[in-house]
Design a protein around this ligand. Structure first.
Ligand code: PEP
Ligand code: MN
Length: 343
């Protein structure tokens, strides 16, 4: 069961609802979103039937939700949610471009990438300081030094930062610098990390696992919501298939399916889906046409020398093509570009 508080509900009223649930033998999980607070109730059938929370002060509504993911389900949501990242909206009315280097390598490379991103219409900067690499011999990222570079580039360009957290032990460091924390595909079911995202106090981007079903992905989002954070954006980044010529198979169906199942925003990452530059813009267009709330792409000032994922990084003509797509297509889908909102 979920209990939806009124927008004007006070902390005392919220505490009263939590006490009421606990007095009836249930467990209460408070989740705070941008527009409202929801209390998830876990308990036996008898607890839920006798709870009678409808008339309590500050309560707008109580709902029984049949989906296994209660807090992120689309059930009883008339409108999908908007998540704000350093003031930049990601949601159903807008279109948001996130761009930047796969990995932070040097201050200059990061700044040049951010300027390319901005020129293409991005309002958020991506860049990994902690990199999940298949090989332990590959560049693992600059860690804390990388976070510091990102924050200097944010100060210079005004672009809020999206960056990955790989491990529970790094959460505090990453949260100190990031505007949004990314949980990567390989960590989608790292339940300890998901739980830590519940109390991180910043929005989270949750990438789809390499072979995750929609339900597994939404249950992973539910972990974050159930621990207190409703500001979760889902990111489709391609799934493992049997086709070896592309890195992953971009599942465009994920966009309308997730929007039918959940109220959370969903964006697409055509760079990590394709793994090759020439496919990134066509897949980005497909994502926008399918109704994605945003697109995230890798860019690099000199892809030939990139330490990570240079083959998929946009630059020059390919980036101009992306800029053209994000300047024209979202409007056809009834969306305002976040770049225009930022002025
Ligand atoms: C990334 O965005 O840099 C990344 C590692 O993505 P994924 O987790 O989707 O592979
Ligand atoms: Mn990458």
């Amino acid at each position: 069961m979920v209990i939806v508080m009124t927008p004007a509900a006070t902390e005392d009223e919220l505490a009263g609802v939590v006490r009421h649930i606990e007095a009836h033998g249930g467990q209460a999980f408070v989740s705070r979103g941008v527009t409202r607070t929801i209390v998830g109730v876990v308990g036996s059938e008898q607890v839920l039937e006798t709870l009678d929370a409808d008339g309590l002060p500050g309560v707008a509504d109580t709902k029984r939700i049949t989906a296994p993911y209660k807090l992120v389900s689309a059930d009883n949501h008339t409108k999908r949610s908007t998540v704000r990242v350093g003031g930049v909206p990601i949601g159903p009315d807008t279109f948001t471009l996130i761009a930047g280097p796969c990995a932070v390598e040097t201050p200059d490379q990061t700044l040049q990438s951010a300027l390319l991103a901005k020129r293409a219409g991005a309002t958020l900067l991506r860049g990994g300081a902690y990199k999940p690499r298949t090989s332990p011999y590959a560049f693992q990222g600059l860690a804390l030094d990388g976070l510091k570079i990102l924050s200097e580039v944010r100060a210079e360009t005004g672009l809020p930062i999206v960056t990955e957290v790989l491990d529970v032990t790094d959460v505090d460091d990453v949260a100190e610098y990031a505007d949004m924390l990314q949980v990567g595909a390989r960590n989608m079911q790292n339940f300890g990390l998901l739980q830590a995202m519940g109390s991180v106090g910043k929005p989270v981007m949750l990438k789809r696992g390499l072979s995750a079903t929609y339900e597994e992905w939404l249950m992973a989002a539910e972990y974050i919501a159930q621990r207190g954070n409703l500001d979760v954006v889902l990111c489709e980044r391609g799934i493992r298939s049997y086709e070896p010529s592309i890195r992953n198979t971009f599942d465009v169906s994920a966009v309308p399916m997730i929007q039918a199942l959940s109220h959370l925003p969903i964006i697409v990452d055509p760079s990590h889906a394709a793994g090759r530059r020439d496919l990134v813009v066509p897949l980005a267009r497909a994502g926008i046409a399918a109704g994605a709330d945003g697109v995230m792409v890798d860019v690099h000032p000199d892809p030939e020398t990139a330490l990570v994922d240079g083959a998929q990084a946009l630059n020059g003509a390919s980036l101009d093509e992306l800029a053209e797509a994000v300047a024209t297509l979202p409007a056809l889908m009834g969306r305002t570009s976040a770049a225009h909102l930022a002025g």
